[in-house]
Design a protein around this ligand. Structure first.
Ligand SMILES: Nc1nc2c(c(=O)[nH]1)N[C@H]1C(S)=C(S)[C@@H](COP(=O)(O)OP(=O)(O)OC[C@H]3O[C@@H](n4cnc5c(=O)[nH]c(N)nc54)[C@H](O)[C@@H]3O)O[C@H]1N2
Ligand SMILES: Nc1nc2c(c(=O)[nH]1)N[C@H]1C(S)=C(S)[C@@H](COP(=O)(O)OP(=O)(O)OC[C@H]3O[C@@H](n4cnc5c(=O)[nH]c(N)nc54)[C@H](O)[C@@H]3O)O[C@H]1N2
Ligand code: SF4
Ligand SMILES: [Mo]
Length: 721
């Protein structure tokens, strides 16, 4: 920290009477931004960005700034409770932590002995940094079933990059790419995974040329040299078309291809099947624009692809990821400064080691739900959610008796929400750890009060691939809330895993850090640790794949029985694959556009954040709205063959009139009714989860490519709603 900053902080503390300052790292989203937490009388008085943090350089988003409103929210669950009425009745009784954990442990041991450990499914949502502890608990228990969002979010990027080049290639903003292709991602709003909007924006300020691949005119698309507004779900065809140009015009990196690529001839042959006229027909993007983008990307060095989740929530999830990696590799942008770097983590014990995956026996691993069907997912310990609902509802291939969700709200976030709800209603025992009684928690038998990031010591960004780890330091205690790690540490000791957990969780942090010869107490005094940054490591040691090459032709996919080469497949529901359905449901529905103040189903109760965005919003083109008699701001029904919900219409002319774009994550914590309005505006009432509509290797659910109709909610229904 500069002397100037230091003196500013000291002055601020004196002027406002703050009595202490804790440096930490926010985790209101996937986390990582360095923060300064100012305390007065042991309570948070202010949160500001930490200018010394290499992740965010002092910037913070609205969620980070509003963290204290979340932590101190009056509705927050601050002690364990057990349900005393029927599921969903909203009647709870306070219990002690001991009673809560003893009851959960008793159930676990009982189900394990009667139905096998596989009858207990652990679950979490998106990266909350508790995943290593949850996998550890499940693996030691002998349950192969950990339900995550990994089938259609980030998991595919990890799985496909491991089989292609060994690890996830991350954009190196520190060395400022000269061209950034932003593909199905809105990084300035979503700040996802290893990325924050601030470094991206800095590279743009430094002159990076932008290409945007997005059906919607985002802020990024509006600033781009080239915007490719593709038909949702046709990313594979578009990428193949760009590769066609790059290969035909010999714009690829010849040295890389000759020495470091596996499967070049077969790959070239596959790409030849996607000439631009065909690709234009599939994607609705003019071929000249595709060619111009391919040329700009291939001839500007260094260049990088800022990729997002939109490409993973499709039937071609795994192939989309592999095609974008092919673009990175063939243009010579892998592991070069300002390109896409295979960063090395600091030499601490990693999430895989902490997760104790080796402790799961082969016999138990073979029982993983959906393992035979979605073999790539299975190999990365990921399951498709429908497999869990089926095992509860139909007891096939065996009964699931217990669910334990730690940081997830599946009633709102998983496809075919009504089926999810039925499964959660039926399951014999369910425990949830959360900050609030969410629509999912309402169906639980026991709810545990989880600590927010402000209330824990932990190693921040431990799971990421950008090569940094940063100390998250506890600033406050709220009620009896405890971190998920501490809770699992104590639960593990109650179900016979005592040899593998610790007396307290600080010892676990010491164990993680041990290979670096430091303790938590020492790390706590540091700003961060970073792995060694070395370019083009593959030149000395090859890629960490079976062939030691960059696998355009995926040898392991072949052994698992899949096409080793990527291809385009028409979305399962579309004007071309289901033309008859399209007559009844004439619009292409994309779902899940991120909002700055919300994180999926979170923050609807946080005043600063809800004020930014009161109602669920569906974007519709003014031409389409005119045709359907929809006025700006009006409540409308959105309906698919699975059901209907309502959101408020917003005119948006930055997309094809055949597309509508709805928000996900909606429930209404302010509504004092059972279910808190979980089915009023929840877009996952409309989404499909049938196995045949999922990516065959990864099990990804297609939540971005659906058909719907849209029409006004009548005046009388609005007033009674
Ligand atoms: N239709 C559609 N559906 C989608 C998406 C989409 O684009 N469209 N996106 C999908 C994606 S990418 C994802 S990742 C999933 C996310 O799915 P989820 O992770 O299930 O979604 P969240 O709403 O974030 O649920 C997290 C819950 O955990 C609580 N929580 C937050 N932090 C902690 C913590 O540290 N400990 C504990 N115990 N609880 C915590 C929150 O209060 C919240 O209730 O949603 C998916 N659903
Ligand atoms: N504030 C906030 N931040 C978040 C989250 C949040 O809920 N709120 N969620 C977090 C999570 S878990 C995730 S996974 C990330 C996701 O973050 P992003 O990857 O940025 O995801 P989205 O904003 O959902 O979608 C990005 C873009 O994809 C476009 N899109 C839709 N369909 C398609 C398609 O078929 N092809 C292409 N190429 N583009 C398409 C949309 O128009 C949108 O502009 O954000 C994370 N960060
Ligand atoms: S981007 Fe994420 S980590 Fe950064 S301030 Fe916002 S919520 Fe916190
Ligand atoms: Mo996600």
């Amino acid at each position: 920290m500069t002397e100037f900053m230091q003196s500013n902080i000291e002055r601020e503390m004196a002027v406002y009477g703050y009595d202490s300052l804790v440096k930490s790292h926010c985790r209101m989203c996937h986390g990582g931004c360095g923060v300064l937490i100012y305390l007065k009388d042991k309570k948070i008085a202010k949160i500001a960005g930490d200018p010394d943090c290499p992740i965010n350089h002092g910037s913070l988003c609205s969620k980070g700034l509003a963290s204290a409103q979340m932590a101190y929210h009056p509705d927050r669950l601050t002690f364990p409770v057990k349900r005393i009425g029927a599921k969903g009745s909203g009647r709870w009784a306070r219990i002690s932590w001991d009673e809560a954990l003893d009851t959960i442990a008793e159930r676990i041991l009982d189900y394990k002995s009667r139905f096998g450990a596989e009858s207990i499914v652990m679950g979490y949502g998106t990266g909350r940094e508790n995943e290593a502890a949850i996998y550890r608990f499940a693996n030691l228990l002998g349950s192969p079933n950990v339900l995550t969002a990994g089938h259609f979010c980030y998991g595919p990027r990890i799985a496909t990059s491991i089989i292609t080049c060994g690890t996830n290639p991350i954009v190196d903003y520190e060395h400022h790419p000269k061209c950034i292709m932003v593909w199905g991602n809105n990084v300035v709003i979503s700040n996802p995974d290893c990325y924050k909007g601030e470094p991206f924006s800095n590279s743009v300020k430094k002159g990076a040329k932008l290409i945007a691949v997005d059906p919607r005119l985002t802020r990024i698309a509006a600033r781009s040299e080239i915007w490719l507004p593709l038909r949702p779900g046709t990313d594979a065809a578009l990428a193949l078309g760009m590769l066609h140009v790059i290969i035909t015009e010999k714009l690829y990196d010849h040295e890389f291809v000759e020495n470091h690529v596996f499967g070049w001839d077969a790959f070239k042959e596959r790409v030849r099947q996607y000439p631009l006229d065909k690709v234009e027909e599939i994607t609705w993007v003019p071929s000249e624009k595709i060619a111009a983008a391919a040329r700009l990307f291939a001839t500007t060095k260094p260049a990088a692809i800022q990729w997002g989740v939109a490409i993973e929530q499709q039937i071609t999830c795994a192939d989309n990821d592999r095609l974008l990696m092919a673009l990175m590799g063939l243009t010579g942008n892998i592991d070069v400064p300002g390109g896409q770097v295979l960063f090395q983590p600091p030499k601490v014990r990693n999430v895989g080691q902490f997760g104790a995956h080796r402790m799961l026996t082969d016999v138990q691993r073979d029982k993983r739900l959906g393992g035979d069907r979605f073999r790539m997912a299975d190999n990365f310990a990921i399951i498709n959610p429908k497999c869990v609902w089926d095992a509860i509802l139909e007891e096939k291939p065996y009964p699931v008796k217990m669910l334990f969700f730690i940081s997830s709200n599946p009633v709102i976030t998983r496809a075919n929400a009504r089926e999810v709800y039925r499964a959660l209603e039926k399951v014999e025992f369910m425990a949830v750890a959360d900050f609030f009684i969410t629509p999912t928690a309402e169906l639980a038998d026991i709810v545990l009060p989880a600590a927010t990031w402000l209330e824990m010591d932990y190693i921040g960004d431990y799971w990421k691939r950008h090569g940094y780890i940063l100390p998250r330091r506890k600033a406050i205690q709220v009620g009896e809330c405890r971190s998920d790690h501490e809770m699992l540490n104590d639960l593990g000791r109650r179900v016979g895993q005592e040899a593998h957990w610790w007396e307290n969780f600080e010892q676990a942090l010491d164990w993680i850090l041990e290979p670096m010869n430091i303790t938590w107490q020492e790390f706590k005094k540091m700003d961060y640790l970073r792995g060694d940054v070395v370019s083009q490591k593959y030149k000395a040691r090859g890629f960490s794949t079976p062939t030691r090459k960059f696998e355009l032709y995926a040898t392991v996919l072949e052994t698992w029985g899949y096409d080793p080469l990527p291809r385009f497949r028409e979305p399962p529901e579309s004007p071309y694959s289901t033309p008859e359905l399209c007559e009844e449901f004439p619009y292409i529905l994309i779902t899940g556009r991120r909002q700055p103040g919300f994180f999926h189903t979170e923050n609807r109760q946080v005043p600063w954040l809800r004020e930014l965005h009161r109602d669920p919003v569906v974007e519709i083109h003014p031409d389409a709205a005119g045709k359907e008699g929809i006025e700006e701001g009006q409540w409308v029904y959105i309906e698919s063959p699975r059901g209907r919900i309502r959101q408020r219409a917003k005119y948006f002319s930055g997309m094809d009139p055949r597309i509508v774009s709805a928000e996900h994550g909606w429930w209404f914590p302010e509504k004092n009714i059972p279910g808190r309005g979980w089915d009023e505006s929840n877009i996952n009432i409309l989404t499909d989860n049938r196995y045949e509509t999922c990516d065959p290797a990864m099990g990804a659910t297609s939540v971005r490519t659906l058909l719907c109709r849209i029409y006004p909610v009548s005046e009388s229904e609005v007033s009674h709603g």
